[in-house]
Ligand binder design. Structure first.
Ligand code: UD1
Length: 341
């Protein structure tokens, strides 16, 4: 029997790429997504890539009645991968309660479902934001979890703690938190990718929208940081590499290879790249010159962070395979595809 996986947020950016990898690995995928920050046409993209159209529920996982009806209809579910959440750092500062309610109620509802319907495994989308500004780089999973810079960051910290404590009380279930660094790029087919609503907050969609003429210029947020070129440093990884890590983490749990019933992994390339270097990578990969200027620092930005991904390399047998230039090239191809729609 094929294993059945419920993917919340499966039409979102990371969710849709993970659905593609799950289907390619032979899983039976069920998506729950209320399309708050995604588009129904993503299902067409998934179908075009994989030849499969996953079952889809346009439901809000904060609504326990709707969620219950999915689990009742689907029967035995082997695992949940939980992506669905609000993720805009700045917005979370303006609307903290909405972030806490949405991101935490949804998670607690899913943990309830796992108990009621005997779902053995959970993969949780966490973030490197839980480390705040680390004292030492690169960060390992043992690095200190610091004060978060935003309510969004706190929802990820709290989410991890809720899962840890719940798993401690449920020894027969397993869960993993995956701490993503900065996912970028799009599927190489350019059939799915990132589709921000409105003005993008993240760097790469802003770069591609500027290059294609939707935005006048990219503003580089600060060049007076304590970094070699003065701009902030992040660990950018391709979204398909990130998606593959979910499949590997899932298989580890389903095969009982996990070493504890709650585990945490950093998912990054292990390399720090500055904003100015990211711009150069885009220009090199695409041959397009980007218009940009330096402006002031963005509130809440971390100066520099990159991952030590060796635990995931060793335990999940995962490592990134796609370079930042290739990632930029896929992002650019996707932006061009969006333009011609
Ligand atoms: C942050 C969080 C990440 C979270 C993500 C959600 C940290 C370290 N990272 O990512 O965990 O999942 O938000 O959206 O807390 N930049 C510009 N100009 C722009 C846009 C961005 O210079 O127009 C710079 C930023 O200052 C930053 C880098 O580009 O240095 C990356 O920014 P962004 O893509 O927004 O991601 P993070 O802020 O790193």
């Amino acid at each position: 029997m094929r294993k059945k996986i419920v993917v919340t947020g499966g039409t979102g950016y990371i969710g849709s790429h993970t659905v593609v990898e799950l289907v390619a690995s032979g899983f039976d995928v069920v998506i729950i997504d209320n399309l708050f920050n995604s588009d129904i046409t993503v299902l067409d993209g998934i179908h075009a890539i994989t030849g499969v159209r996953p079952r889809f529920y346009d439901y809000d996982i904060c609504d326990l009645t709707q969620l219950e009806s999915v689990f009742a209809a689907e029967g035995q579910v082997d695992a949940i991968i939980h992506f669905a959440a609000y993720k805009a750092v700045g917005e979370s500062v303006r609307k903290p309660l909405e972030y806490y309610r949405n991101n935490l109620v949804s998670l607690m509802n899913l943990l309830d479902m796992m108990e009621r319907h005997n779902t053995p495994a959970l993969v949780f989308s966490s973030s490197c934001t839980v480390y705040g500004q680390p004292d030492e780089l690169p960060v390992t999973e043992l690095s200190q979890v610091k004060e978060a810079a935003s309510p969004y960051g706190y929802t990820k910290q709290a989410g991890e703690i809720i899962i840890r404590d719940t798993m401690a009380a449920r020894p027969s279930q397993t869960a993993v938190s995956l701490r993503y660094f900065n996912p970028i790029g799009a599927h190489p087919t350019a059939l799915i990718g990132e589709q921000p609503h409105g003005v993008p907050e993240n760097l790469v969609p802003f770069i591609t929208q500027t290059a294609i003429g939707i935005r006048d210029e990219l503003k580089v947020f600060g060049n007076d940081y304590d970094t070699p070129d003065g701009s902030c440093i992040r660990d950018y990884l391709h979204v398909v590499d990130l998606a593959r890590a979910h499949v590997m983490a899932l298989q580890r749990m389903l095969e009982g290879k996990n070493k504890a019933n709650y585990e945490v992994f950093n998912l990054g390339m292990g390399k720090g790249v500055s904003v100015l270097e990211a711009i150069t990578a885009f220009e090199k990969a695409t041959g397009v010159r980007l218009k940009y200027s330096v402006t002031g620092r963005r509130a809440g930005d971390i100066e520099k962070i990159w991952a030590d991904p060796s635990l995931a390399n060793r335990e999940l047998h995962w490592k990134t395979e796609i370079s930042i230039e290739e990632a930029m090239e896929t992002a650019w191809r996707w932006e061009n595809k969006l333009k011609n729609r």
